[in-house]
Design a protein around this ligand. Structure first.
Ligand SMILES: Cc1cc2nc3c(=O)[nH]c(=O)nc-3n(C[C@H](O)[C@H](O)[C@H](O)COP(=O)(O)OP(=O)(O)OC[C@H]3O[C@@H](n4cnc5c(N)ncnc54)[C@H](O)[C@@H]3O)c2cc1C
Length: 392
């Protein structure tokens, strides 16, 4: 849609071919229905991908460019901790603004149309669909990878793109939850707790994030898990030992926590251990921790030895679970992988193998962390590809 609007504003005749019965279906689901469409803090370190490439993209279409663009189509921004949303807090208003602009520019959208093949020729590009052939001077392909396939991005053009000469870096869920083992997840399901998660690949720390961890029936999820998920998925893909370290008390260091627990041991000397941890961490998590340490929660807190107290502190500061599987693409917000940037011209996002064919969005091998980065990347690359495709 961004590429089509950019070309439409350059007075080009534009046709959008969309597989589903409406445009922007995934957008409706973004930001919990509120659409977090960009972020005040924008730099290459917020993305996984070739840094020079990402830097070029976000310089060519900055946060201010993004805010100006959306303002120009009627989206008044609302900022929360650097995250930008439409003031209406409705993703549907972003979809409506984009489609209204497409209509204003007389861009035609054909829905429920399946692209079967795309090829460059002397005249431009020919696109064969289940409803006939289209010839164009230029084509922008922005069909996404495999995240949330029910919302359109189902990989149906992968083969067509490969036939143009492109490769795909492994397409893996990048913002998602993980199946884990090591604690009785069924008992802790539903708990949301502030904490730090650390990705360990072969026991080596790969990434870390802090925020609200979600304990689920199958394992771990939540924003901090999403933020380290790319490393976990990659580790699983490489068949490495993948673990998540969970700190339930990230604001404490060991000495301070030991002091706190010693104080509580005295305070609750004649109460059970459950009371000792009451008010410090969620009760279901305290049961789980004591079970994990094989300490009976019904004993008097005062009877806890110094050695046990130290083990308890260590476990509260970090326990590890083994990651067995990533959640299915269906539950991923974004995928890692896609077309290597070395196969595209950086300034135009045109294919190095097929003239007049440009790429945009998640299809390109770069993915952002949570916070509006993936949509910013989609707008920015859509703008660059649409702008380049508008030139003769
Ligand atoms: C639940 C959820 C929440 C998210 N929240 C956020 C958020 O708040 N902020 C953020 O920055 N990012 C968020 N994302 C990620 C973001 O939505 C994507 O990175 C972004 O939409 C990618 O844009 P795209 O245009 O490359 O692909 P998509 O948005 O996936 O669009 C691809 C389009 O191509 C169409 N298509 C696919 N194959 C064909 C074909 N063969 N022929 C014709 N059409 C085809 C699809 O139907 C679809 O309309 C979220 C994602 C999900 C799933």
């Amino acid at each position: 849609m961004m590429a089509a609007i950019t070309a439409g504003r350059a007075k080009r005749r534009v046709l959008v071919l969309e597989k589903l019965d409406r445009a922007g279906k995934k957008l409706l689901a973004t930001g919990n229905g509120k659409c977090n469409f960009t972020n005040k803090r924008m730099n290459a370190s917020c993305f996984h991908g070739e840094p020079a490439f990402v830097e070029r993209i976000i310089q060519s279409f900055s946060v201010q460019d993004c805010l100006d663009f959306f303002y120009s189509i009627g989206i008044y921004p609302k900022e929360k901790n650097g995250y930008y949303y439409p003031n209406s807090e409705q993703a549907a208003s972003v979809v409506a603004a984009l489609t209204n602009e497409l209509h204003r520019l007389n861009v035609t959208i054909s829905y429920e149309i399946k692209v079967l093949s795309i090829a460059s020729n002397q005249m431009g590009v020919s696109v064969i669909t289940d409803r006939g052939q289209y010839d164009a001077k230029k084509v922008v392909i922005a069909t996404g990878l495999l995240a949330a396939p029910k919302l359109g991005s189902d990989g149906s053009l992968f083969e067509v793109i490969q036939n143009l000469g492109h490769h795909f870096e492994p397409v893996l869920p990048a913002l998602c939850g993980f199946y884990c083992k090591g604690i009785p997840f069924k008992k802790t399901a539903g708990v949301r707790a502030h904490g730090t998660v650390t990705a360990y690949i072969h026991n080596k720390m790969a990434a870390q994030d802090t925020g609200e961890i979600q304990f689920t029936e199958y394992g771990l999820s939540g924003i901090p898990v999403f933020q380290i998920s790319r490393y976990l998925s990659e580790g699983l893909y490489q068949k490495a030992d993948v673990q998540i370290g969970v700190s339930l008390l990230p604001d404490f260091d060991k000495a301070r926590l030991l002091q706190e627990l010693s104080f509580r041991r005295e305070l609750c000397a004649e109460n059970s251990l459950e009371v000792l941890l009451n008010g410090l961490i969620h009760q279901k998590l305290s049961d789980m921790i004591l079970d994990k340490l094989h300490i009976d929660k019904n004993i008097f807190a005062g009877s806890l030895s110094d050695k046990e107290l130290k083990r308890l502190a260590e476990c509260l500061l970090e326990f590890k679970v083994t990651v067995t599987k990533y959640r299915d693409y269906e539950f991923a917000q974004v995928c890692a992988g896609g077309i290597p940037v070395s196969e595209l011209y950086m300034d135009t996002l045109e294919s190095r193998f097929a003239k007049n064919i440009h790429f945009a969005g998640e299809l390109i091998d770069a993915d952002g962390i949570c916070g509006g980065y993936n949509l910013h990347f989609a707008w920015a690359t859509g703008f660059i590809a649409g702008d380049a495709a508008s030139r003769d």
